[in-house]
Design a protein. Sequence first.
Length: 344
Amino acid sequence: MKLSELAALTGARLEGTDNDIEITGAAGLDEAREGHVTFLANPRYTPRVNTTRASAIYAGEEAQIDRQIAILRAKDSYLAYTRALRIFYPEPEFQAFIHPTAVVDPTAKLASDSVAIGAHSVIGRNVSVGAGVTIHPNVTIYDDVTIGNDSVIHSGVAVRERTVIGERVIIHNNSVIGCDGFGYAKDEERRWLKIPQAGRVVIDDDVEIGAGTTIDRASVGESRIGRGSKIDNLVQIGHSCTVGEDSLLCAQVGLAGSSHIGSRVILAGQAGVAGHLKIGDDVVLTAKSATSHDIPAGKVISGIPAFDNRDWLRSTAAFRRLGDIQRKVRELEKHLNTDKTDPK
């Protein structure tokens, strides 16, 4: 592909006269080779521009590039580079088939001649599978599940009863969608009595769910993941939780039951949210933080227990100086005690 064509397809402005360079792929600064396009998004990596072997580079409008290399200027260089990756490394072309070892219940409704079901997958009663859906080997779809068009379910996934999956959803290996919520009541003999989990999970369109993630169904009603949200590997979402649109839940995040997460929220790695809390839109909860209280929209929160990120940064800075502060306090106490005993 000519560089000028790539610039047009990715919304970038070509700087210089090397319009006819042939671009064959995209890669990072260190991995790129001749014929590749790369990108610079973080200024700290600017020195690597001088050593990259790429033929062209995406850069922001204000980025300073001090070497001879074809530059594609973009408002968001990382976004433009991502679009280039999607051009050079497209998803495999869909091919409809049903493997002879797949077990499909006679009551299941499959979009005729336009689904792909891999070896040893099991499709339960009254399941509805839309057009363009790919179900990889060793997937188990329980009864009364609905799967929307063009969704992809990777091997080892279990989709439990009554789950509703939207269109263009991707569920990665060994995730469990719609398992029983963690609900028990203590009886008169102080034994745990299981609460029936009669609800369901609803996954809206364009959601991606990472490997090994578990989303519990509600005891009544539904647990819901909003359109466009992205969930990383090894995330636990408790029963009756809701996640808004375009939110990011990073690896090992945990949501206790009935947590309600707004839209465009970022929960960084190993962040935790206690049960029955409301996290407002555009909140950021930084890595390893945990909150036991509601968080208003737009806040950046850190720590355990979590509080405003700016206050947390000041607190951690003070914590590092506690040894020096303690020594100075002792010196002041000694000085004051000396003044009190001085006969003058």
